[in-house]
Design a protein around this ligand. Sequence first.
Ligand code: ZN
Ligand code: ZN
Length: 321
Amino acid sequence: MLIKVEGAGVCATDLHTIDGEMEPAGVTLPRVLGHENGGRVAAVGDLVSTVAVDDPVLVFPPFSCGLCVACRRGREMLCEHHEFTGLTVDGGFAEYVVVAERSVVKLPHGVEPVDVAPHADAGVTAYHAVKKVAHLAVPGTTAVVLGVGGVGHVGLQLLRELGSGAVVVGVDPNPQRRALAAGLGADAVLDSGEVVDAVRDLTDGRGADLVIDFVGTDRTHADGTGMLARGGTYSIVGFGGMVTVPSAAMVGNEHSVVANLVGNWIDLWEVMQLHARGKLTLKTETHPLEDVNDVLAKLREGEVTGRAVLVPDSSNGRERA
Ligand SMILES: [Zn+2]
Ligand SMILES: [Zn+2]
């Protein structure tokens, strides 16, 4: 089907791609980037049956065949025929994008594509990661979110929604993003300097039972593993650094490390149900598509709070203030 793009979120993975860091994952340039796409169905092939022209949709970025074992297990992001809209095939920093029917999630009534485009990757990724460990976030535990950016600010809210009463701590070097974390219901917010000590202080020396790292630098990997309580779990979402941990410490403290790759289609569908019920705030700012390079530079400088969304000139999508 052909989707008329109304909004495309700008993600740190776009920067990784431009910098050539995604080549080991088979992502090469030139490519039309844009993997957080919302829009309206503009045209469909003869066999399409689940959506019609003009339906508002999000594009689930992993291509999934539906036939391989990973797909049948509901792990579409590990599909044997893996492709990714906006990374391995052309994406939504454009007026139109072409996707298979399996790739769209129809939006719940009253939800505008431009307002939720970042959920297509940021939301689904945060949801997949938090859902996997939410059972650990029980009363009496402390869950730390490292990095309250585009993905992290959704993850923080999901810990609140899917967790079961853990103290939720947001960590970010940027004061605006710390304020965002506080506004979204974090029980505590911390600067990222000396954060291991700060988390130990906050927990009477015990440390964090759960750390979700939405940044993924050498620094956050060291902080995240360094602040874990005995029996704690370190969950990696952001990537790029090296995780270096003595196995004796991992075994002696029974630490777990898990990693997360996007999510599956149903994760995205479930995020949209939560969003439609008003349970999630997605902080976005819109920019004209032609400003893409300025927006990428702004993201690189850490000057985006929440998610920047590119809007094509031709879009009749509702503009946000
Ligand atoms: Zn992304
Ligand atoms: Zn498959």
